[in-house]
Design a protein around this ligand. Structure first.
Ligand code: PHE
Ligand code: CO
Length: 295
C-alpha cells in the first residue's frame, strides 16, 4: 500500500497534527490489498450490527440509500453519482487531514474530502487520525440527508469566514463541529440515538455514548458548545443532544461574528462540567475520567 505523504506537522487546538499534501488524489482503488478489503468488511459488519437501534433513523436510512457494502472498499466513483443526485455533494480523495482553510473551502463547495487509505488490522479499535473507514462510513451517509447536507455546506462557509476573523474564532467554530458532526447525539421518540461520525465509526463509543452512566448528555446550546473544551484521546465526557437536524440548521443560521466577539470575553468550560441552565439528560458519574487533557 502506498503510504500517505505527510508534509509537515502543524500546531492546532488539537495539538500537533500531521498535515498532508492538499492535493486531490484519485482513489488508488486497485492498490488496496486483500487485507485492506477485509479490514473494511470487518469494521463495516461490526458497526452495522451495533448501529441498528443506536444510530439515528436518518443515518440508517442514508446508509441504506448509499448502497455501501461490506464486500469490498467502495469506489468513490460509484458513490458519487448517488450522492450527487441526492444532494449535490461529491467525494474527493485526499491523503489525510487538510489545513483548515482548504478543508472549509471544499465543504463550502459541497466536496467532502475522504482519506483514501484504511487502517491496519491491529488498529481496528483505535486510530489517532481519520482513515477511510472513519471518513466514508462515518461522515458520508448523512450527506445524503438534505438538511444535514445543507448544514455541512453552511459550516464550510462559516469556516472560511471564521478563518478571516482569527485563531480564537476558529477554536470556537471547531468545537461546534466536534460536538455535532463528530460526536453529536439526537433525540428521537424512542430515546437518544447517535449521528456523530466519530461515534458511528467507533465500536466502543457507539455503546459508551448512549449506554454508559459516566458521560454527561446535555441538550444542544450553540454558545455553550462553542465554549466547551473536548477530548481527543478518550471518549467524550459530554455529549450534546439535538432534537432534529432542522434545529441544528436553524440555530446555526445567525451571523456568528457577534457571537465570536462575545465569546472572546468568556472563559472556556472544562469538558466534563455541568452548568446551571443546562438541559440535562444524564449527569455523568465521571467514572474513568482523566483529570487533564481537555483541549
Ligand atoms: N452562521 C454561521 C456564521 O455566520 C455559519 C455556520 C453555519 C457555521 C452552520 C456553522 C454551521 O458564521
Ligand atoms: Co471526522
Amino acid at each position: 500500500m502506498n503510504m500517505p505523504k505527510r508534509v509537515e506537522h502543524q500546531m492546532t487546538d488539537k495539538g500537533y497534527v500531521p498535515v498532508y499534501t492538499t492535493a486531490v488524489v484519485e482513489q488508488p482503488w486497485s492498490s488496496y490489498s486483500e487485507t485492506d478489503h477485509s479490514v473494511w468488511a470487518r469494521l463495516f459488519e461490526r458497526q452495522r450490527a451495533l448501529l441498528a437501534g443506536r444510530a439515528s433513523s436518518e443515518f440508517l436510512d442514508a446508509m441504506a440509500a448509499m448502497e455501501m457494502s461490506p464486500d469490498r472498499i467502495p469506489k468513490f466513483d460509484e458513490l458519487n453519482p448517488i450522492l450527487r443526485k441526492a444532494t449535490g455533494w461529491e467525494l474527493i480523495g485526499v491523503e489525510g487531514l487538510l489545513p483548515e482553510l482548504a478543508f472549509f473551502d471544499h465543504l463550502a463547495n459541497r466536496r467532502f474530502p475522504v482519506t483514501w487509505w484504511i487502517r491496519k488490522p491491529e488498529q481496528m479499535d483505535y486510530l489517532s487520525e481519520p482513515d477511510l473507514f472513519h471518513d466514508l462510513f462515518g461522515h458520508v451517509p448523512l450527506l445524503m440527508n438534505p438538511v444535514f447536507a445543507d448544514y455541512m455546506e453552511a459550516y464550510g462557509r462559516g469556516g472560511v469566514k471564521a478563518h478571516g476573523v482569527g485563531e480564537e474564532a476558529l477554536v470556537h467554530l471547531t468545537r461546534l463541529y466536534w460536538y455535532t458532526v463528530e460526536f453529536g447525539l439526537i433525540r428521537q421518540d424512542d430515546g437518544l440515538r447517535i449521528y456523530g461520525s466519530g461515534i458511528v465509526s467507533s465500536k466502543g463509543e457507539s455503546i459508551y455514548s448512549l449506554e454508559s452512566d459516566a458521560p454527561n448528555r446535555i441538550g444542544f446550546d450553540l454558545e455553550r458548545i462553542m465554549r466547551t473544551r473536548y477530548r481527543i484521546d478518550t471518549y467524550q465526557k459530554t455529549y450534546f443532544v439535538i432534537d432534529s437536524f432542522e434545529q441544528l440548521m436553524e440555530s446555526t443560521r445567525p451571523d456568528f461574528l457577534p457571537i465570536y466577539d462575545r465569546l472572546s470575553k468568556l472563559d472556556s468550560i472544562p469538558a466534563g462540567d455541568v452548568l446551571d441552565g443546562d438541559k440535562v439528560y444524564n449527569r455523568g458519574t465521571g467514572e474513568g475520567w482523566l483529570e487533564d487533557g481537555d483541549v
